[in-house]
Design a protein around this ligand. Structure first.
Ligand code: ATP
Ligand code: MG
Length: 717
């Protein structure tokens, strides 16, 4: 019980709140995650709930593991069996268990973004659509947007020719996924919602199973996730959600902070708890955070306060270019470590986009200082890692067509495009996925001899036999042994390593993957593949190393560090140029900066280069507008004096405003338009919302965009 004593009165009120809906709304560092964690401990330890009946949803797998270990620290073994994970991971588990009610098998694989794009591309080919008019990326974005809003192709009613085209592609894409026994990320949520809506027995089972539902970072849930919360918890109504609308930063993935007010509307009797005190940062850091957020706040801005005292001033450092900026970061860190004030692991360096990490990495390498780079693509995006995962996926789920297509020529085995086309046709005729047909072929080769030419047959058969063997082995062999078996059989090492350093590097990555797989001896191949498919940037952060961390602002969500650097604070980067014409996006950039600032416990360093290198060119920059909004008395650093003068003279900067009332709708679905930067596109939807005309446009260049028609200066063509 002594954990309750470490809480302040409002935190304790939240942790010990009576059953029923509870909404904890509070700023960063106020103990929301801590309260949610202790609520679980309280439910089990004090109220005697069985862990089996509790589900907690976190934002990353890493956060889930941390929560589990915190609860275990309080309750020990007694806490085993709580369901903790991201929405996607929890849904994947439910779907495997309930596959008999659904149009896919329990060993489904999860299609990554590459697979999804490749499928869309192949659908466009199949439908004979000109990829110049229907860019695969744009179509993929349109499909994902629809799925985020909760649509399966059947539910989506097109209102224009353009929308009908999207629906047709969406429909074919969805069929291709199912034929491959694949689900994309959005499907995990959509099918779970489908299950809970249409299979009463399942709905009842889960409502009875999960008697308490807790959700962290609630402001970043999307529509479908919100529906899941209502479906799973609507019956017993023991729903405990914590969040902060001002920290919503995943709009581009469909997150909608308005779910917070939806919750208040749907559960009007919810107990609302506000947490006032911040335990993380100094008052100086909190004051800067409030200043950045101020333009988004109404008449009653949120106050953030702490007992920690004012602390040191925030450093704003201007450098000549981004290399000098990186050097400044590394030197400052090295000096602080050398001075004995800090450990290497106390530092985090944050940036807006992944590409900004390169210059920083170079500076660390040059200084001989180890660092940790957070990012899933860096490892899981490597060719050799993708190859090996594709082999494992194929062994686990032979119907997985994207994986089959990936590995069939790796290493080359004489199976060419023509043979593959024949394989597809024969499989289609038999109503099977190509990989499944290969299994049949291995079992009864004679039956298939005539369907293929002699050469194709000769090339395919050995591969089919191997696949059959791997599939067989996958049912009983632990992941590592299976991996070894496959790599050995195909001679992968010899194929991927040449005598260069890069070759050695590649093989090291394969071995790293092998080490990861080794942790799944008990849980098995399916669990391993799922973990790999659902890995987020933050999950790649290694906690056991004492070195500075490089990460994007998005990946920093929920984390805290003693010393934080936010680099590259120039117009076009933060705020991102994409937000220049869109009020909502600009607000999101602001929140993103706010999230970054509030990760810092003791000190904050904000830096910007006067010149940046961009696609090999140098160009002068303009410091981020957000820097000007932080009161001078909070700041120090080489930029301060110049800044005081400059701001006195600076003309007011134009910022998109929400449009005035009374707008007319100028566009309708199907209209072709031109945008000053993105070129031509087609409107697929238009509506008046909050006094502005909001249109959805598919651009050939950049995919689907939701824009304020007036601000975006769209022209009809
Ligand atoms: P964010 O919005 O950034 O996710 P949060 O509201 O979830 O923040 P926590 O991460 O739970 O905040 O807590 C922030 C820090 O404050 C943590 O280090 C936590 O241990 C500490 N903390 C929270 N409450 C207390 C308390 N009552 N006494 C001491 N420390 C506390
Ligand atoms: Mg938190």
């Amino acid at each position: 019980m002594d954990y309750l004593e470490t809480l302040n009165p409002s935190q304790r009120a939240a942790v010990t709140a009576p059953f029923g809906p509870v909404l904890v709304l509070a700023g960063p560092g106020s103990g929301k995650t801590r309260v949610l964690t202790y609520r679980i401990a309280y439910l089990i330890g004090v109220l005697g709930m069985r862990p089996f009946h509790i589900m907690a949803v976190t934002f990353t797998n890493k956060a889930a593991r941390e929560m589990e270990s915190r609860i275990a620290a309080v309750l020990g073994n007694q806490a085993r069996g709580v369901t903790v994970g991201t929405f996607h991971a929890v849904c994947a588990r439910i779907l495997r268990r309930e596959a008999e009610h659904l149009p896919f098998d329990a060993n489904f694989a999860i299609a990554d973004t590459d697979d999804q794009r490749r499928l869309v591309k192949s659908v466009l080919q199949e439908l004979n659509l000109d990829p110049k008019r229907h860019s695969p990326n744009a179509m993929h974005a349109a499909i994902s947007r629809l799925k985020n809003e909760g649509y399966f192709p059947e539910d989506f009613e097109p209102t224009s020719v353009g929308e009908e085209r999207v629906r047709q592609i969406f429909d074919a894409y969805q069929k291709r996924l199912l034929a491959s026994n694949l689900l994309d990320f959005d499907d995990l949520l959509l099918w779970t919602r489908y299950l809970l809506l249409h299979v009463p027995a399942a709905r009842e089972r889960y409502a009875r199973r999960f008697q308490h539902l807790l959700v962290d970072e609630f402001q970043d849930t999307n529509m479908v996730q919100y529906d899941l919360v209502r479906l799973l918890g609507g019956h017993h109504r023991n729903i405990f959600v914590v969040g902060d609308a001002d920290q919503s930063i995943y709009r581009w993935r469909g997150a909608d902070y308005r779910n917070v007010s939806r919750f208040e509307k749907d559960f009007p009797d919810a107990q609302v708890v506000m947490l006032e005190q911040n335990y993380r940062s100094t008052q100086t850091i909190l004051d800067a955070a409030m200043a950045v957020l101020a333009p988004l706040q109404g008449k009653h801005p949120k106050r953030l306060y702490t007992d920690r005292g004012r602390g040191e001033k925030i450093v704003v450092q201007r450098t000549y270019d981004d290399r000098q900026e990186a050097r400044y970061v590394v030197e400052t860190i090295a000096t602080m470590i050398a001075g004995g004030q800090a450990r290497p692991g106390d530092f985090a360096i944050m940036y807006r986009i992944n590409a900004q990490s390169r210059v920083l990495e170079e500076a660390f390498l040059r200084a001989g200082l180890p660092y940790r780079l957070v990012g899933a693509q860096r490892f899981y995006g490597r060719r050799e890692v993708k190859d090996v995962i594709a082999y494992l996926r194929l062994a686990h789920n032979p119907a997985d067509e994207p994986s089959l297509m990936r590995v069939v020529g790796v290493p080359p085995r004489g199976i060419g495009t023509k043979t593959l086309a024949t394989l597809r046709t024969v499989a289609q005729r038999a109503g099977l996925a190509p990989g499944t047909l290969l299994l049949h072929m291995a079992a009864a080769p004679a039956d298939y001899q005539s369907a293929f030419g002699a050469r194709a047959f000769k090339a395919l058969l050995p591969f089919a036999q191997q696949l059959a063997q791997w599939y067989e082995a996958s049912l009983s062999t632990p992941p590592v042994a299976l991996m070894d078996m496959i790599l050995q059989a195909v001679g992968y090492k010899a194929y991927i390593t040449d005598d260069t350093e890069e070759g050695e590097d590649r093989w090291n990555n394969v071995e790293e993957l092998r080490r990861l797989a080794a942790r799944y001896e008990d849980e098995g191949l399916g669990a391993f593949l799922e973990e790999v498919a659902l890995v987020s940037d933050q999950d790649t952060l290694k906690d056991d190393e004492d070195s500075p961390i490089l990460l994007t602002l998005h990946a920093a969500k929920g984390l805290e560090f003693r010393y934080v650097f936010i680099v590259g604070l120039v117009e076009g980067v933060l705020p991102h140029s994409r937000s220049w014409e869109d009020h909502e996006e600009m607000a999101e950039e602001r929140r993103l900066f706010y999230v970054g600032i509030t990760r810092a416990k003791d000190r904050l360093f904000l830096t910007y280069p006067e010149e940046r290198t961009w696609y090999g060119y140098s160009e002068p920059t303009e410091p981020s507008r957000f820097l000007d909004e932080i009161p001078h008395e909070l700041l120090t650093g080489n930029d301060l004096e110049r800044r005081k003068e400059a701001v006195a003279w600076a003309p007011a900067r134009w910022e998109p405003e929400p449009a005035a009332e009374k707008v007319v709708q100028r566009f309708k679905a199907g209209d072709r338009i031109r945008h000053p930067r993105w070129g031509e596109g087609m409107i697929i939807g238009s509506r008046i919302r909050d006094g502005a005309e909001v249109v959805d446009v598919v651009f050939e260049s950049v995919g689907l965009k939701r824009l304020d028609a007036a601000l975006a200066r769209l022209e009809k063509v």
